[in-house]
Write a protein that binds this ligand. Structure first.
Ligand SMILES: CC(C)(COP(=O)(O)OP(=O)(O)OC[C@H]1O[C@@H](n2cnc3c(N)ncnc32)[C@H](O)[C@@H]1OP(=O)(O)O)[C@@H](O)C(=O)NCCC(=O)NCCS
Length: 209
């Protein structure tokens, strides 16, 4: 049976279903980041804190001031799922993101030029990778946005080097970087690069080629 795809609201999934999604992320990152310890993978994917993983996806603003900068707001969180038979085998997660003072954020939410479609996270089970599943999940999430919206994605080029190339091909360009302790407060911070596409519409067109 071919892989099925579905769009879902994060809040429509139960905590148990979210634990399944978290397992996909935990296992996929574990396979990808073999140079990292199990403890580092567990921290990256909040493995020992399933309630926090659930909360941070269903209510992404719960992480503002913690994992995310204090001047950010997230709206319309949504996810795309890849399903084989009865099993979810991959997911992508996105939300709208505005930044600034509370008043600036309110104004930005009304327009599209500073309301970013933030592609937060993707994971596909290792035995299903390299079949275009993440690309299709990204396409679905982008198409759920407004065509004039810019899109952002954050990558860790020293950890997962191959992601820059498909993002560049899709029209994303690096616009800044910072160091982030993704493996825990006592770990060495890694480079995190912000990638920006000027418009969702242009990127969807490029993905279609
Ligand atoms: C990143 C990830 C989601 C990609 O899933 P996928 O379904 O295999 O991706 P696609 O098949 O759509 O690949 C798209 C392109 O990405 C690049 N790519 C994907 N996996 C790659 C790999 N292992 N090595 C090199 N390039 C790779 C290729 O350019 C690929 O296009 P191609 O197959 O035509 O050459 C998957 O590898 C994964 O779950 N990794 C662990 C978690 C992670 O790194 N998430 C991303 C950060 S949030």
């Amino acid at each position: 049976m071919p892989i099925q795809f579905d769009l879902a609201r994060p809040g429509s999934l139960s905590p148990d279903e979210w634990r399944g999604i978290q397992t996909i992320a935990h296992d996929a990152y574990g396979e990808e980041l073999k140079h990292r310890t199990q403890g580092e993978i567990d921290y990256l994917t909040a493995w020992t804190e399933p309630e926090r993983f659930y909360e941070s996806h269903v209510h992404p603003n719960s992480e503002v001031g913690k994992r995310y900068n204090p001047d950010q707001s997230y709206t319309r969180p949504r996810m795309a799922l890849a399903i084989d038979g009865n099993d979810t085998i991959g997911f992508g997660y996105a939300a709208n993101n505005v930044s600034g003072t509370p008043l600036q954020r309110t104004i930005k939410l009304l327009g599209t030029s500073k309301r970013y479609l933030w592609l937060r996270e993707f994971a596909v089970q290792s035995d299903y990778q390299r079949r275009g599943i993440a690309t299709h999940l990204a396409r679905m999430l982008l198409m759920s946005g407004s065509i004039h919206q810019p899109a952002t994605a954050y990558i860790w080029p020293d950890e997962i080097p191959f992601l820059a190339a498909p993002l560049r091909k899709a029209g994303f360009k690096p616009t800044g970087e910072q160091k982030v302790a993704i493996y825990g407060p006592d770990s060495d911070p890694v480079r995190q690069v912000r990638m920006l596409s000027k418009s969702v519409g242009a990127t969807v067109t490029k993905l279609a080629r």
